[in-house]
Design a protein around this ligand. Structure first.
Ligand code: PHE
Ligand code: ZN
Length: 854
């Protein structure tokens, strides 16, 4: 047994130290005798020493395993148990390794390896969970075929690949595709399935199933449709076909992440697959569709071509996020998806990239790989691919992807392999572009302009602030999509991609009759921070006239931020011109409702704090909150006479449908209801709550009422109606904290941790409470410091049960250096308290030390 906590300073793993494993694996046979507290796992693995091995050490990873016996070619052997695994003397010719171990799934609260969730067995092996199932070279570059026999009393017993047979108390599976251990999966439980069927473009029939707990079968239809759409889309757009007879999805309630792409047996957090109009919001439906697509797309980008080592994680994640974003854009609205993604990037990745946790999309070192499933690896990793596509053009992009699949199918690859494919397919030199993978930090792009004699010049200066371990930054390749508008609002130059490669660089446009208004970084063509001196009048002009929908939204967003910054810094009143522009837009029925809803959504208070910090101010969370309230109240008053009519006009009647168009209308309707609630004391929201027949409208009404502190009756009614449904209860927990006033947020969260339905062991419930607390900017950062203490108390408690989720939640503290010294001191005290906890996990220890090192 290995102690979970490091006795000495934790070891750091470096990319530069990569060495291949000295053995090939020809086949793996696993037999599971399932029992909640004492599952026996028998492994039979055929190893062959590599002729060219640089290191012939036979080391197998293993953690929290009780070794019962080990044999080589049928003879008992006595391996040496070492930190993190075992070593053994082995023959220099091919041999068969057999081991029997005992593990305790019921006692596994870390939710890594084989564990139990509501009486059902399931596994999570990425990144390094397989070593908690049996001794094995648990690294992604070791691939093999797996044959699995499961013995137990569950009615459904699943593993990867195709079924080989089953009988009373047993089932056998074989996966013909060699895979790394992190893609292994096993599920056993009394589950029911929602079946489906797909015929691939070459005519192969694939059986599809979504497996759920009895009672959830009416929440699978949407996920099944999303799966079929994903399969079709990957064929149509990338030419990629599914490669097994069967594709299974299983929903589990206790899961650390969103979902997992195990070969042929995807395992989903139930929140990311179960959907029904009564229990899921529009946002849930969109997210579920995207995650089903994401995991399905991994079948090629992740599974057929995997990662050589975990430093290459963005090879599969960045590309798969990029692909799922393309899919969502195709299924729904391209500009809306882009705007949503940029909002999320700025909310999650920018703070990371500009704080103590900054790391490149391909990190060069880690202590605990679980801490690197980050917004940088996923979302910035996808942005980097978006830039690459923009630079080489669509045709070249698909040509390179085709070459990637031809050249690397069945391999475990690196970022170098990936870039080489693009270089070979396009003849381009990508050595400078590669900096995007190796350097952390968000580049700043300063823009200045000049106009004389019909020639317009844009000058860009790029610089990237220092990040941990990377004080100096070289100029990067930055694709800047630019269009020009004439002062009357016509577009005089369509979008053109300027390729910035130097620290300072100018581009000229000839033959312009008047000084144009530039629209820069259209579609958010690069993940940078644009710094440009401009006026609110010009922003309002772009909000009205830009032909690029992203930049139209961006102009409104920049304006919204300026107005709030002026309110916070100078005590200004809400800008009248901006209020007029919003009023005009909200009434403009020619504009897409989803777009109008986005423009009407205020920038997050955390975003304002970040903007203030960037400009050298110390953000005061309470003042930012007050400015947001004043602004919303003023806007509501300005729209007062038209709100009831607008509300009625945007209400979606008829049976609920989750499509993008109706969702966009409901989003706009929800924005209007929130303004209306500021004026009518919650009358309309109460009516909507009482009549809603779908969760989107019910939830929107409830949140308006909670924000207005008028929800006592509805909150109780909601609880009574939904207490049996875990996923809806997560909403109920989160919403109360999200809507609490700054002074009540911590107390509300604290009270909810004492609620009988609060369950620390369930990551969704823990995140509902503490994600909502951290997301309530002024509440979490309330001057009392109560939010900090409450989060720290609970992180310390959770770390003993579930290090992975604890470590991820530590990121709530990553922006601490932005705030005033009193707040910094309070946060530091809590970080030190966590760091000083006895037996702290490697995961949490790494996160807290990195944050403290700021
Ligand atoms: N690989 C999963 C995904 O992105 C995420 C994941 C990582 C899930 C680690 C569980 C554990 O699709
Ligand atoms: Zn993924």
């Amino acid at each position: 047994m290995k102690d979970a906590s490091p006795a000495t300073a934790p070891e750091t793993i470096y990319l530069k130290d990569y060495t291949p494993f000295g053995y090939d694996i020809e086949s793996v046979h696993l037999t599971f005798h399932l029992a909640p507290e004492a599952t026996r796992v028998l492994s039979k693995i055929r190893f062959a020493p590599k002729a060219d091995a640089t290191d012939a050490t036979f080391f197998l990873h293993g953690e929290e395993l009780k070794l019962i016996s080990a044999k080589i070619d049928g003879q008992e052997v006595s391996p040496t148990l070492v930190e993190g695994g075992l070593k053994c003397d082995v023959p220099s010719a091919p041999f068969t390794w057999e081991a029997e171990v005992e593990i305790n799934p019921a006692g596994n609260t870390a939710l890594e390896g084989l564990y139990m969730s509501n009486g059902m067995y399931c596994t999570q092996c990425e990144a390094e969970g397989f070593r908690k199932i049996t001794y094995y070279p648990d690294r992604p570059d070791v691939m093999s075929t797996f044959t699995v026999r499961i013995e137990g009393d569950a009615s459904v017993m699943l593993s990867n690949g195709n079924p080989m047979g089953k009988g009373e108390g047993w089932a056998e599976w074989h996966d013909p595709w060699p895979k790394p251990a992190y893609l292994f999966a096993l599920v056993a439980g009394d589950l029911v399935n929602h079946p489906g069927q797909f015929t691939t473009k070459s005519g192969k029939e694939v059986e599809l199933n979504i497996w759920v707990r009895p009672g959830d079968e009416d929440k699978c239809a949407f996920g099944m449709e999303a799966l079929k759409k994903s399969m079709k889309w990957d064929e149509d757009v990338y030419g990629l076909e599914y490669d097994l007879e069967l594709f299974n999805i299983v929903a589990v309630d206790d899961f650390n992440m969103g979902a997992m792409e195990n070969k042929g047996l995807n395992i989903f957090n139930s929140s990311c697959v179960l959907a029904s109009p009564e229990t899921s919001t529009d946002a849930n439906f969109e997210r579920i569709e995207a995650i089903i697509a994401h995991e399905y797309f991994h079948n090629w980008t992740g599974n057929r071509i995997t990662c050589r080592d975990w430093f290459q994680l963005c090879l599969k994640e960045g590309l798969t996020v990029f692909r799922d974003a393309q899919f969502t854009a195709d299924m729904r609205s391209e500009p809306v998806k882009r705007i949503e993604d940029v909002i999320a990037l700025r909310a999650r990745q920018f703070p990371e990239d500009n704080g103590p946790l900054a790391h490149p999309p391909r990190p060069e070192q880690f202590q605990e790989i679980n801490n690197f499933y980050t917004a940088t690896v996923y979302e910035k990793g996808a942005e980097v691919i978006g830039m690459l596509k923009r630079l080489v053009g669509d045709d070249n992009y698909y040509k390179a992807l085709k070459l990637y699949f031809e050249r690397h199918d069945g391999q475990a690859c690196t970022i170098e392999d990936w870039l080489k494919v693009f270089e070979d397919a396009t003849g381009r030199d990508l050595s400078q572009f590669k900096l995007w993978y190796s350097e952390a930090g968000t580049p700043r792009l300063k823009v200045s302009e000049d106009y004389a004699d019909g020639t317009y010049t844009l000058t860009f200066e790029q610089s990237t602030p220092p990040t941990p371990g990377q004080p100096q930054k070289a100029p990067r390749v930055i694709p800047v999509a630019v269009g020009l508008l004439s002062p009357n609002g016509d577009e005089v130059r369509g979008t053109e991609v300027l390729e910035l490669t130097e620290a300072r660089q100018s581009f000229t446009f000839e033959g312009l009759a008047a000084k144009p208004v530039p629209s820069i970084l259209r579609e958010f063509s690069a993940p940078v921070i644009l710094e440009r001196e401009t006026t609110n009048a010009e922003r309002a002009f772009l909000l009205a006239h830009d032909t690029d929908p992203f930049n139209r939204w961006e102009a409104g967003n920049a304006l919204a931020k300026e107005v709030r910054v002026a309110m916070v810094v100078d005590g200004a009143t809400p800008d009248a011109a901006y209020l007029d522009a919003l009023e005009k837009l909200v009434r403009d029925d020619d504009q897409d409702p989803a777009f109008r809803a986005l423009v009407l959504s205020p920038p997050s208070q955390a975003d304002i704090a970040q903007t203030l910090a960037e400009r050298g101010h110390t953000p005061d969370p309470q003042k930012i909150y007050d400015a947001a309230e004043t602004f919303a109240q003023t806007l509501a008053q300005q729209l007062e006479t038209s709100l009831p009519r607008l509300y009625a006009a945007t209400t979606v009647d008829g049976p609920y449908r989750p499509d993008a168009e109706s969702a966009g209308k409901r989003a706009l309707n929800g924005r209007i209801l929130s303004l209306l609630t500021r004026l009518d004391g919650g009358e309309q929201a109460a009516r909507q709550y009482a009549t809603a027949d779908n969760m989107t409208q019910q939830y929107t009404a409830l949140s308006c009422l909670m924000k207005a502190e008028k929800a006592d009756a509805q909150s109780q009614a909601f609880f009574d109606q939904w207490q049996h449904d875990r996923l809806v209860m997560d909403k109920w927990f989160a919403l109360q904290i999200a809507c609490a006033s700054p002074e009540n947020a911590a107390a509300t969260a604290a009270a909810l941790t004492r609620h009988p339905l609060f369950d620390m062991k369930n990551p969704n419930r823990f995140r509902a409470v503490f994600g909502a607390l951290a997301g309530n900017h002024a509440g979490f950062h309330h001057a009392s410091g109560d939010g900090y203490v409450l989060l720290a108390d609970n992180l310390i408690a959770l770390d003993k049960l579930n290090p992975q989720t604890t470590a991820r939640m530590c990121a709530a503290f990553q922006t601490w250096k932005r705030y005033d010294t009193a707040r910094q001191e309070r946060i530091r005290e809590q970080l030190l308290r966590i760091a000083g906890t006895d037996g702290l996990s490697r995961d949490t220890n790494e996160m807290v030390s990195r944050i403290l090192d700021a």
